[in-house]
Ligand binder design. Structure first.
Ligand code: AMP
Ligand code: ZN
Length: 474
């Protein structure tokens, strides 16, 4: 099936043509592990996973690399100033930088698992690639792209790279006009950025390394260049990240890589739109208060519901988070699971291969066409309504839907089905029988009392045409 993706570089939806047949290499900018991931970061991670699953469903062999940023990322990315986020996080938590990196990475992986995101093929950490980052800066130095700001660091001269800013459609002069008024006066151009920052003379940093230029730490943009090229090769298919990354981080990654490896370094740039908070602002860790996966778990909402809500949207549209929206997604998800559980009551037929293929393609086509996941769920609903498809075929297709969208529909439907098929103990059945008789003789007080007793014993009694049904509570 032809895959199409919106490429930020061309600002168009393009047919996807892989560098190597049936293989896709893609790199995603991962989390900075100085705090819990917020729901916005996690939205981006779900989109990465949906992209990966779409390629797998189309028969591709996928190499997915996601880095872990555990060093050298300053609070003000526009002008390489401010505090180091990792050191700031360590001071806040009264732990070492290395300890918080480990702690928040483990928390991040728990969130990834709860959201049913497949683990990336590789998850390299910036601190493991310091030598390679120094080598990259040395290459740029040899090619004449760098200069030093004494007592500050080694900078990249963006005026030397003619295509600077092409990713977001701006030229260097365009960016300069829109750049912040205040900037480091010693920079040659407002868009220049740090490749290597010196450790401050009066402060002992927890993370610092020797380099040909002096003790310090690499600028944030170098890590993604070296890790992606080391693991995916000098040229690879796709680079992803949240929409905030295109203007500075990815623009600078291109400026560092293309002088060394030639153009184009990466063929497709895919940027995922923001999750907004209640006030309509970008959800951000730097705001201090933000919602993480725990906010969802603490309300007894399964994280898979958050994933379902994301699947109902599109990666190029911003989404405003609210618990009301999540509750309504929960109702929709439950409804879907209910319908699938009902299929399990009788799935004795044979899978109809022709119908399977037709519906498989109807479900996969919108996802392959620029990841229109919501449209694929519409096809799923149509399938469930279609009386010409037997239950066995529908269930086989639901397994495919789970592979494609990672929604754990069949797993949850099975749980529901098993609960409902569980045989109630004799005393519960007797109580339900007595309740039925009380209702028949219009003794509603006794009927209600018995319902409560059954409920307290962990069962729900439901009226049916020919009597009652007992369902074990979850
Ligand atoms: P960070 O941990 O801040 O380095 O971000 C990890 C990933 O989350 C990056 O790809 C960011 O672009 C993305 N991201 C950050 N904020 C948001 C947001 N509000 N909505 C969606 N993605 C975001
Ligand atoms: Zn990156």
């Amino acid at each position: 099936m032809q895959i199409r993706l919106f490429n930020t570089l061309s600002r168009k939806i393009e047919d996807f043509v892989p560098i190597k047949q049936n293989h896709v290499g893609f790199y995603s900018c991962g989390p900075t592990v100085y705090h819990y991931a917020h729901l916005g970061n996690l939205r981006t991670m779900v989109h990465n996973d949906l992209l990966k699953r779409m390629f797998l469903a189309n028969g591709f062999d996928v190499h997915h690399v996601m880095n872990i940023t555990d060093v050298g990322h300053l609070t003000n990315e526009d002008d390489d100033s401010g505090e180091d986020k990792m050191e700031k996080g360590a001071a806040r938590d009264h732990k070492s930088v290395w300890d918080i990196a480990k702690f928040y990475l483990d928390e991040f992986l728990r969130d990834m698992d709860d959201l049913n995101n497949m683990r990336p093929t590789d998850m390299p950490r910036a601190t493991e690639y310091i030598t390679e980052q120094i080598e990259l800066i040395q290459k740029l130095e040899k090619l004449g792209y760098t200069y030093e700001i004494p007592n500050d660091g080694i900078y990249y001269d963006t005026s030397k790279f003619l295509d600077y800013g092409a990713l977001t459609g701006g030229s260097l002069s365009g960016q300069r006009a829109g750049a912040r008024v205040e900037f480091n006066n010693e920079k040659r151009n407002p868009t220049d950025f740090a490749l290597w920052k010196y450790s401050p003379k009066d402060v002992k940093r927890q993370m610092e390394w020797d380099s040909p230029w002096g003790v310090g730490f690499p600028g944030w943009h170098t890590e993604c260049c070296v890790m992606s090229m080391k693991l995916l090769g000098e040229h690879f298919d796709i680079h992803t990240g949240g929409e905030d990354l295109s203007r500075v981080h990815h623009t600078n990654e291109i400026a560092q890589s293309e002088p060394i490896v030639g153009k184009p370094w990466v063929h497709y740039w895919v940027h995922f739109s923001f999750l907004l908070d209640k006030s309509g602002d970008k959800m951000a860790k730097s705001k201090g208060e933000f919602l993480g996966m725990d906010a969802v778990r603490n309300r007894n909402i399964d994280p898979i519901i958050y994933r379902y809500w994301i699947v109902l949207g599109h990666f190029q549209s911003q989404l405003a988070f609210s618990f009301e929206a999540l509750e309504s997604a929960a109702a929709g998800y439950k409804n879907l699971v209910r319908k699938i559980a009902d299929l399990m009551n009788d799935n004795s037929g044979e899978i109809d291969q022709d119908l399977y293929q037709q519906w498989h393609d109807k479900i996969l086509a919108p996802v392959s066409d620029n990841l229109k996941t919501a449209e694929s769920l519409v096809a799923v609903q149509d399938l469930l309504k279609d009386k010409t498809v037997n239950n066995a075929t529908k269930l086989a297709l639901m397994n495919f839907v789970d592979d494609l969208l990672g929604l754990k529909l069949v797993e949850n439907a099975k749980k529901l089905h098993d609960l409902e098929s569980a045989d109630a103990p004799e005393e519960i059945k007797t109580m339900a029988q007595k309740r039925l008789e009380a209702k028949k003789s219009r003794d509603f007080a006794t009927a209600d009392e018995l319902r409560n007793q059954i409920d307290n014993a962990g069962w729900t009694v439901m009226d049916t045409v020919d009597g009652f049904k007992l369902v074990k509570k979850q």
